[in-house]
Design a protein around this ligand. Structure first.
Ligand code: AMP
Ligand code: GLY
Length: 429
């Protein structure tokens, strides 16, 4: 089959690579893709078709007889790309606009959890600043978490240590409207303590296929310091959520979510990426993403040995029950993100990148391109997160060593990476 991947980051590069090596897949295209995806040969890139241009994407899918379109980022899902494609009679993997509200609106998600007894932080929703203010003024327990309801580029969640901070946060979102419409509503919720982990599953609304577990590293600095980023590295499997605990996550969180969506009349065919807090009282759901994680995808997919293209095809067709379970490699995978100096703040682009071929030729090592582009036949940096170097190995320690060996081969001016990726998994072992 022919597959079109929508998006152009490290996650999409990993999706293209995995799909291309799937026996069921003959051709992979990526729109818009990026310099590295094109150069590595993982997919043919349609650099002039952006992910928000549904009309052109659908026209390409029709003209080229694409059998399956796979959507990477959340924005086109929230904006209804799946509804558009299905109306045009095209097969697409991802939730429709209503299903994407699970990520697009915190109130939608929290209400679904509440109605289905899914363990989560207790919460209140406010549309009026005065009411939210009165609530926080009377609140006894801090920290408290203040969240803009809509999508705010990963910056809409404020952990407030004190009442003053919470009041400032509310004013920022509701009065100054720092996140625009995303702050029309605010969720104020209980602060949960524990270790974070994530579980990805693929569902067609009736059957759930759980993917290998993973953990990412959100902060910019070593030892989880500094501001939050999109993710600076990841590893799989994540020992914090294996065995009985994983079973509990499936039983008490993922399956009830799938049933809850169906009960609300939502035909959800896509990824359920559960962001969890493993508390002393058991796993609780912090949030869902309706797409694959970045950089989690880069470390999860190399560990799936069964046909990944067939899995997504079956989900899009509501035939997951016939697919069975996936085969998981016993090897571990670790991914290290190389970022531009200054990220997640301001950074400079256009820096030539060297050493990619040497790194890519090392045993078990693969380089996923995120913010790269081609200029005069050379690859240069073009984003905050530039590359994710992954490596597989018999255990986390070996995979990590190989990944860092790969990282050391690569250079561009101002290249930054964390030196402690997967430390937590190692200290647990
Ligand atoms: P979210 O986008 O809801 O996952 O929030 C982003 C990050 O904020 C999470 O990955 C957690 O680190 C943190 N966070 C969100 N909600 C809570 C909570 N209720 N308790 C503690 N930390 C939280
Ligand atoms: N790595 C976090 C995310 O994809 O949302």
């Amino acid at each position: 089959m022919k597959v079109l991947v929508v998006g152009g980051g490290g996650r999409e590069h990993a999706l293209c690579m995995r799909l291309q090596s799937s026996p069921s897949v003959s051709h992979v295209y990526c729109a818009p893709g990026n310099g590295g995806i094109e150069q590595s040969g993982a997919a043919g890139c349609l650099t002039d078709i952006v992910a928000s241009n549904f009309e052109r994407l659908a026209k390409f899918a029709k003209d080229e007889s694409i059998d399956l379109t796979v959507v990477g980022p959340e924005a086109p899902l929230v904006a209804g790309i799946v509804d558009y494609f299905r109306e045009e009679g095209l097969r697409i993997y991802g939730p429709d606009k209503r299903g994407a509200q699970l990520e697009g609106s915190k109130e939608f998600a929290k209400s679904l959890f509440e109605r289905n007894n899914i363990p989560t932080a207790s919460y209140r929703v406010f549309t009026e600043f005065a009411e939210a203010k009165a609530y926080v003024e009377a609140h006894e327990f801090f920290p408290v978490v203040v969240k803009a309801d809509g999508i705010a580029a990963g910056k809409g969640v404020l952990i407030c240590e004190t009442r003053e901070q919470a009041l400032e946060g509310l004013a920022e979102i509701m009065v100054e409207r720092r996140f625009g419409e995303a702050g029309d509503k605010v969720v104020v919720e209980e602060f949960l303590r524990g270790e974070e982990a994530s579980v990805h599953a693929v569902t067609d609304g009736e059957t759930l296929v759980v993917l290998p577990t993973s953990q990412d590293h959100k902060r910019i600095g070593d030892n989880d310091t500094g501001p939050n980023t999109g993710g600076m590295g990841a590893y799989s499997p994540a020992p914090v959520v294996e065995g009985a605990l994983l079973d509990k996550v499936i039983k008490t969180i993922l399956v009830p979510t799938m049933h809850g969506l169906r009960q609300d009349g939502i035909d959800y065919r896509g990824t359920l990426y559960a962001g969890l807090m493993i508390t002393r009282g058991g796993p609780r759901i912090l949030e869902y993403n309706v797409r694959f994680g970045d950089p989690e995808t880069q470390v999860i997919l190399p560990r799936i040995t069964s046909d990944f293209g067939e899995l997504l095809f079956a989900a899009a067709d509501k035939k997951l029950a016939d697919y069975g379970t996936i085969e998981e490699s016993p090897d571990a995978c670790v991914g290290i993100v190389l970022a531009s100096e200054g990220y997640p703040g301001k950074y400079h682009a256009g820096k030539p990148i060297s050493g990619l071929d040497t790194a890519g030729a090392m045993p078990g090592v693969a380089v996923c391109h995120a913010g790269t582009s081609q200029r005069d036949g050379r690859l240069v940096t073009a984003g905050g997160r530039v590359l994710c170097v992954t490596a597989t190995g018999p255990g986390i320690a070996e995979a990590r060593e190989a990944a860092y060996a790969g990282v050391k081969q690569i250079d561009f001016e101002g290249a930054y990476y964390r030196t402690d990726i997967a430390n937590r998994a190692l200290s647990r072992a």
